[in-house]
Design a protein around this ligand. Structure first.
Ligand SMILES: Cc1ncc(COP(=O)(O)O)c(C=O)c1O
Length: 409
């Protein structure tokens, strides 16, 4: 039991004591020998074919096929970032400029900025109480007579109740785009996220649960009707669906768009990391379960409640702090924990309604009190799938040590 482990020092590391964790936490090393092998295959393939590799080649074909198999069918296009993937989703759905789009309370800037870039008016929905995710009630509260779309983000590995949101949205003709960037492979009621909405997008940049390299993204949909438009929007408006399209003739392009292609090297890395995604999610779940068990007796911290029927793809591990039971603020608590050698983000700044540069696009007075309250009372423990029993024990021991030091007498 980590709680019973004795440490040489009960003096907090932040006060000069010996930290619980004295060796660095394991480095994730997502990109290893298999990924290197896949990259060298791209080179070998091009040498054999006597053509330099580019994009929309055999590796993207294999990667997106594998991605769809993982999702249980559908169509996928590999693009250069999650932000780019959202841009493609928005333009594919052809939502009339000037329309309102409901956006999530908590996300990365890339998960909302493209909405403004395509001329939509963002309306932020609050999070469900005790969650970073928008709930169905909060979605409803954000609707206007001009709402034409919603971006539903699954944050921190915990899925949103996408099914309920889709039900409300489809009865009003509102398009649903899922942001799966922080929850690849999570399930709601046994169904993969990304398969609920009209379209979905995934960031596959290097720190995500599923990554294709430094930067990357995937546009995904179950609906075959979007396929050709997705491909054209992601590649400067080329009519890629026409078999007689002459690549060298821009006269035939359909409309202006950006070049958002993913390259063959990244797709090759993606083939390899995708094959390990199910086991990686399972490992991350086991770590979270072990942390939940170890922290059950803790009075000052509590993990987020995962709603029934949801299977997370854990990205970070959020703990709420009961500041009544300790004599310091949540921030001081988390800083003391970090000094014990534990990876912590104590100030999750991804609350959309707080960003000055984004607020100018929002209705005056926009606030998301549930999201802000959760951020104010919680911190995120950072971990990866290489953590084992030792790391779980150290995280728990550090939390018990800090809790004891700050316990109100
Ligand atoms: C929830 C969310 N949405 C969107 C993005 C944007 O993705 P990218 O950084 O690949 O553009 C990210 C990641 O950074 C994210 O975490």
């Amino acid at each position: 039991m980590p709680t019973l482990r004795r440490h040489r020092s009960t003096r907090l590391a932040i006060d000069g004591g010996t930290p619980v964790r004295r060796t660095p936490l394991p480095y994730r090393r997502l990109f290893g020998k298999n990924e290197l092998k896949m990259v060298s295959r791209v080179f070998q393939d091009s040498w054999r074919k006597k053509t330099d590799f580019g994009y929309q080649g055999v590796f993207e074909e294999a990667y997106t096929r594998g991605f769809c198999a993982f999702q249980g069918g559908g169509f996928a296009d590999a693009v250069c970032s999650g932000t780019a993937a959202l841009y493609v989703c928005l333009r594919t759905l052809d939502i009339e400029p000037g329309s309102d789009i409901v956006v999530p309370p908590v996300t990365d800037p890339g998960g909302v900025a493209p909405a403004v870039l395509v001329g939509l008016k963002p309306v932020v929905a609050d999070a469900a109480p005790g969650s970073f995710n928008m709930g169905p009630a909060e979605f409803k509260a954000a609707l206007t007579s001009n709402t034409k779309a919603v971006i539903v983000a699954h944050i921190g590995g915990i899925p949103t109740d996408a099914g309920s949101i889709v039900k409300i949205a489809s009865s009003r003709g509102i398009k649903v785009i899922e942001d799966c960037s922080q929850s690849h492979g999570a399930l709601v009621g046994g169904r993969r996220i990304g398969t609920f909405g009209d379209m979905a997008f995934f960031s596959t940049m290097f720190s995500k649960n599923h990554a294709t390299g430094g930067c990357g993204g995937v546009v995904y949909t179950r609906h075959a009707r979007y396929r050709d438009r997705i491909r054209s929007i992601a590649d400067r408006g080329k009519p890629l669906a026409y078999s007689d399209f002459d690549l060298k003739n821009p006269n035939e392009y359909l409309f202006p768009s950006l070049n958002l292609n993913q390259d063959e090297l990244s797709c090759a890395i993606g083939i390899s990391t995708l094959s390990r995604l199910p086991s990686m999610i399972a490992r991350r779940r086991r770590i979270v379960e072990a942390l939940d068990r170890a922290l059950r007796p803790a009075l000052s911290v509590r993990p987020l409640t995962v709603p029934k029927g949801m299977s997370p793809s854990p990205f970070f591990y959020t703990l709420t702090v009961d500041t009544e039971s300790i004599s310091v603020s949540k921030t001081e608590f988390a800083e003391a924990l970090a000094a014990e050698g534990i990876g912590v983000n104590h100030d999750y700044r991804n609350i959309v309604a707080e960003w000055p540069w984004f607020r100018r696009y929002l209705p005056a007075g926009t606030a998301t009190p549930n999201a802000t309250a959760l951020r104010a009372s919680s911190f995120n423990v950072l971990f990866n799938e290489r953590f084992g029993r030792g790391e779980v024990d150290d995280i728990a021991a550090a939390i018990f040590k800090v809790s004891a030091a700050f316990a109100r007498s």
